[in-house]
Write a protein that binds this ligand. Structure first.
Ligand code: UN1
Length: 518
């Protein structure tokens, strides 16, 4: 069991403790975490402010080498970090390895950015004057992340933020503290100097108060947040009052449209993974399958059948579709979501609903369900546009299904909940695929692929209730962690006034070429 301190700040004040347990074996404690208070969070930002200046002076290619070191260290520790992720949040072993690989991919992309981080030379409208642009680090970034991707999603912030010359204060999810602590150790081992990167463990309210204090003191320049739409809105409001635009990656009610022209087996396989992989606890997880009426019954029946057949259970086994829910609070919330199932719905996909127990068993369960937070999957057919199950993100192994008649109607339904993170369409008709792409409000669109499956070098982010339009990953995230600085340098030896002392060449705008038609 790991003992984790709330912060490395000298005068850190404790504000309670959190016990992180293995959700597959609730009696196994993974870490005891001391939580920090708001003042400690602000102190960490203050210390980061001091350290940031010298980090920004380290040449970008050298910072890129630190990112290369991190990628190398993560690759060398892939097995143990993935095993820890499985142990702490119950993510199946194969998916946990994929998650760690995502950090390596992120490092692979950004290590080269240290040798680019391009600015531009821009022509001036005046002679003997040159214009330039430079990318300047924003300063101190506070990064607040969820625990469903306890190491990959944080790396999407930490890696580019550090590469660009920022200092980072990271507030991970308490229920994934041991995984965060392991990643933090690798970041330090990669050569990030002390003070440039700090980790603060705190609960939600202390974090919010700490953000407010740091913003008021002027020691925090950027907030990155991955989590719920409700908390994202609070953070956005707080940052807005301090004239800052946070990078917000929020929830999703990600639609999958299955048209009459779809390869139905492929669509069913995609729905199974995107709806129930990671126990439906990705922000890119499938929310509602919107299926053409001509194939609706066949889709529901096939998805229900493969779901009923899937192996659930011990996440260390190689072939499980999903293991336990992340932590007790997610199990409680999932039970609430199940309360939204109404009389007009049909529930398919398992031998029961709710928590899997000896009395409420799941056929073919791998292991002993009594030890962990295991839940039956639910495919809820016949959801309607007014249902809460349709309008609201349900983090957990539940997917809704509804029929549609015309593609326009499907697109309208897909946009209706007001989120806009990910989406998917299954069709063999390119016209339908492009019509969907143009009509859907989501930041990400998959064609003949699941709603999950972002890659580290493609922009990731949402609109509406899914975010404020910010994008992570690839070169797009550089705009989150740098600001453009424009420079003009006049070497003419005289004052040249822009727009007024500009050279003019006299045109003859009345000139016409004549009529050559005869
Ligand atoms: C998240 O759930 O916050 O595409 C991120 C995916 C993963 C990332 C999910 N690569 O589902």
């Amino acid at each position: 069991m790991a003992q984790i301190l709330g912060s490395t700040v000298d005068d850190a004040t404790a504000a309670g403790t959190y016990t992180s347990v293995n959700p597959a074996r609730l009696d196994e404690v993974v870490a005891e975490v001391t939580l920090a208070d708001a003042g400690t969070f602000a102190a960490a930002c203050r210390a980061a402010r001091t350290a940031q200046r010298s980090w920004a002076n380290v040449p970008a290619p050298v910072r890129g080498q630190v990112i290369a070191n991190l990628g190398q260290l993560v690759r060398a520790n892939l097995d143990s970090l993935a095993a820890l992720v499985t142990r702490e949040i119950g993510k199946p072993a194969t998916e946990a390895r994929g998650e760690v690989q995502e950090i390596v991919d992120t490092c692979d992309f950004f290590l080269g950015e240290g040798r680019r981080l391009y600015g531009q030379t821009v022509p001036s409208e005046m002679p003997d004057k040159q214009l330039f642009t430079f990318r300047v680090p924003v300063g101190v970034a506070a990064v607040i992340t969820a625990g469903n991707f306890p190491v990959a999603v944080p790396s999407w912030y930490l890696v580019p933020a550090l590469l660009c010359g920022n200092a980072v204060v990271w507030k991970p999810a308490e229920y994934a503290a041991a995984s965060a602590d392991a990643l933090a150790a690798l970041v330090r081992a990669a050569g990030v100097p002390a003070g440039v990167f700090d980790v603060v463990y705190a609960d939600g309210e202390a974090t919010y108060a700490g953000l407010e204090q740091a913003l008021t003191e002027g020691v925090l320049d950027k907030v990155g947040f991955t989590g719920s739409s409700a908390v994202g809105a609070r953070i956005g409001e707080l940052c807005g009052r301090h004239l800052q635009s946070p990078c917000l990656e929020l929830g999703g009610k990600n639609p999958m449209v299955v048209t009459a022209a779809a390869d139905l087996d492929l669509a069913v396989t995609g729905a199974l993974f995107s709806g129930y992989g990671t126990a439906g606890q990705r922000c890119t997880s499938l929310g509602t399958a919107i299926v053409h009426e001509s194939v609706y019954e066949a889709f529901v029946e096939r998805l229900g059948a493969v779901l009923a057949d899937a192996t659930l259970g011990d996440p260390t086994r190689p072939d499980v579709l999903y293991g336990p829910l992340l932590a007790p609070r997610f199990a409680e919330r999932f039970e609430e979501f199940l309360g939204w199932v109404g009389d007009h719905h049909r529930v398919l996909g398992s031998t029961g609903t709710g928590r899997i127990t000896g009395d409420n068993p799941r056929a073919g369960f791998a292991g002993d369900p009594a030890t962990g937070l295991y839940y039956h999957p639910a495919l809820v057919a016949d959801v309607r546009a007014g249902d809460r199950l349709f309008t609201t993100e349900t983090f957990g192994p539940v997917v809704g299904a509804m029929p549609y008649g015309h593609l326009d109607e499907a697109i309208e339904l897909a946009n209706a909940p007001g989120y806009g993170l990910s989406s998917s369409i299954y069709t063999t008709d390119p016209g339908e695929a492009f019509a969907f792409r143009a009509g859907i409000s989501a930041g990400m669109v998959s064609v003949n692929n699941s709603t999950s499956g972002a890659e580290a070098h493609l922009p990731f982010g949402g609109n509406g209730r899914s975010g404020n339009g910010s994008r992570q990953c690839g070169s797009w995230v550089l705009d989150q962690f740098t600001r453009w600085q424009a420079m003009n340098w006049d070497f003419s030896g005289r004052l040249q006034r822009a727009q007024m002392d500009t050279m003019e060449l006299t045109p003859d705008l009345g000139y016409r070429i004549g009529d050559f038609r005869r």
